[in-house]
Design a protein around this ligand. Structure first.
Ligand code: F6R
Length: 593
């Protein structure tokens, strides 16, 4: 999704710093890039393409000014081309605007403005904003006041930042349902869609609420509410460092983040006591749990259902956030609704959270501190994965699972599971110590068109997640199935062109899953077995196999068996020369419904 940055710098030129900041938001997924600075006139450079390509044509040297805005665009309204790239301006080019989100009523506003004589250059929804700002400023309002009036006119989701020649050295910004943070540095003031953009310059952050107006000047930051009252906002210090958002010698963020998964588990396990407090608070008042999430977070939630229902007997449902509204009437005050989201900004999830807040207790399990979900849910569990830059979720998934395991184990008072969790980081490290055989085994599948992933019980969601990772970064079709369900239809597809990844941890489902392995093998499939070391004698009947520590039984297998599946997708993507960090058409933070 789009990313925005704005800055006012006391001592430095804005253009190179804006470019540096916006390049840290590349991970969000984008097709165009643009920068505007202000120094008695507005300087704009923008184009379709990746920052690295556009940058060579941008020639920032002649962009004057110590204040400015920047944007990476993920096209929603209008093709990805230079004209539709942000920043957009009014007709005179005196105001420049960047915007993340969607202005739902832009067509009515645009029609009205055109009837009043305005001329538009792009197909975007965003372009109405500089025109509205200009009209309000023509009535005598300041840029800040004009922004306040503009948000009363526009509907939808937005984070907006603007500069204007008539108000030099200033950036005015606002947000509603799209992320925006404010960074307070030493004589350097920022707004940005996400903290990695500005971590190099400051980790003192303010989180503006919806329709609050942020004004950056050389003197500092002023935040006002929709009535114009000055707000005294808390400055929070985040403990993420700029290094955490660097590749640090790895070829890609994705592989670096896979190697950080044992730490993601270790660090999230430290949340145990705060999770215990939440459980103590709700336990006696709930008779049902509903998880709500999208994508990978949905798969983590499914594991939660297996854990909670099998250990506590509490009815647990899992809903896709985008389908949530059809089930909303089944919630009541005795339902705990748990929202899982690495970004905390997913529009579908936030919409569902607002609805659930009306009837039920809500809990958000989120990786990004200060994100919208953390501010809207009644209870919050912060996963401790650190910043995840690769678009495909890996370490945030494992940290979500860790939080869910803690929740489930504490709900059931299951000390044995809590003890097992402590060992998980070591099992992950053992896998990562020697990945070469897995790499060699996997690379040969780069010409394969379809894969199946099968697992039973706790590792059925692992099969779904393995298949999703494959689709996302290799563009190979992968389908996750409950191992016992294959014979009810998809078995018809199995032949020697379709490898089947069989997830086979030790435990009560082992024998049955083994039969499913034989079932697909006898239909000619190339079986890739992922199982326990002591099973080598039976798994070696597979075409390929990968072995994991025997102590990893089926209950904790989701936290460990996913690692080889993530690695397999990564190695295939690299072998196919795809960038696993930036899969086509996908975005890290999905702020549209
Ligand atoms: C997959 C992936 C997506 C997200 C989904 C929800 O690798 O990252 O499927 O899991 O878009 O995002 P969050 O967790 O930010 O709500």
């Amino acid at each position: 999704m789009c990313g925005i940055v704005g800055c006012v710098l006391k001592q430095k030129n804005a253009a190179p710093i804006l470019l540096d900041c916006i390049s840290k938001l590349e991970y969000r997924g984008y097709d165009s890039v643009g920068i505007a600075t202000e120094n008695n006139k507005i300087y704009i450079k923008k184009d379709k393409g990746k920052i690295i390509d556009v940058n060579t044509n941008l020639d920032l040297a002649d962009m004057e000014g110590q204040s400015g805005i920047a944007h990476v665009r993920w096209a929603t309204h209008g093709d990805p081309n230079k004209l539709n790239s942000h920043p957009h301006t009014d007709e005179e080019g005196s105001i420049a605007v960047v915007h993340n989100g969607i202005i739902e009523n832009y067509d009515q506003i645009k029609a009205r403005l055109i009837s009043e004589g305005h001329e538009f250059k792009s197909d975007t929804d965003t372009e109405v904003i500089p025109h509205l700002l200009k009209d309000f400023m023509n009535e005598g309002l300041s840029l800040e006041e004009a922004m306040r009036e503009t948000v009363k006119v526009i509907h939808g989701a937005y984070a907006i930042a603007a500069v204007c020649v008539d108000e030099p050295g200033k950036v005015v910004a606002t947000r509603k349902d799209s992320p925006l943070i404010v960074g307070i540095g030493d004589g350097e003031f920022f707004v940005a869609s996400d903290s990695p953009a500005i971590l190099k310059y400051t980790n003192n952050i303010i989180y503006p609420e919806r329709d609050e107006i942020v004004t950056l000047t050389m003197d500092g930051v002023n935040i006002t509410d929709i009535e114009g009252n000055v707000l005294d906002k808390e400055i929070e210090t985040i403990d993420w460092t700029p290094e955490m958002a660097q590749k640090e010698g790895f070829d890609h963020f994705m592989i670096k983040e896979i190697y950080e998964e044992s730490d993601a588990v270790r660090n999230t396990l430290t949340e145990k006591e705060s999770i215990r407090e939440i459980i103590d608070d709700v336990k006696d008042d709930i008779n049902k749990i509903v998880f709500v999430a999208c994508g990978t977070s949905y798969h983590a939630s499914l594991t939660g259902k297996y854990l909670i229902e099998s250990m506590s007997g509490i009815t647990t449902e899992v809903l896709l956030a985008s389908e949530f509204k059809y089930s909303a009437k089944t919630l009541d005050e005795r339902t705990l609704v748990i929202f899982i989201s690495q970004s905390g900004e997913t529009a579908d999830t936030l919409k569902a959270l607002d609805v659930a807040n009306e009837t039920s207790k809500t809990l958000a399990i989120v990786n990004v501190a200060g994100s919208s979900a953390t501010r809207r849910a009644k209870y919050v569990i912060q996963t401790q994965a650190g910043p995840e830059i690769g678009v495909a979720a890996t370490k945030t998934y494992i940290s979500q699972l860790t939080a869910i395991y803690l929740l489930a184990a504490l709900l059931a008072d299951n000390q044995e599971l809590l003890d097992k969790l402590e060992k998980v980081p070591n099992y992950i490290d053992e896998i990562l110590e020697d990945v070469e055989p897995l790499k060699i085994m996997t690379e040969k599948y780069k010409y394969t068109d379809d894969f199946f992933y099968i697992g039973r019980g706790f590792v059925y969601p692992t099969a779904l997640e393995g298949a999703l990772k494959l689709k996302e970064i290799t563009y190979i079709h992968g389908e996750g199935y409950a191992a016992g369900e294959l014979k009810h239809g998809p078995l018809a597809l199995i032949d020697n062109c379709i490898p089947v990844v069989v997830i086979l941890p030790p435990g009560e489902n082992h024998r049955k899953t083994m039969s499913n392995l034989e079932e697909v093998k006898s239909r000619g499939a190339d079986v890739i077995g992922i199982g326990a070391k002591s099973d080598e004698g039976i798994i070696n009947k597979s075409k390929d196999y990968f072995l994991i520590n025997d102590e990893v039984d089926d209950i904790i297998a989701p936290l460990v068996y996913i690692i080889p599946l993530q690695l397999m997708s990564y190695y295939i993507a690299v072998e196919k020369n795809f960038d696993p960090d930036k899969p086509k058409n996908l975005a890290k933070c999905v702020t549209v419904e």
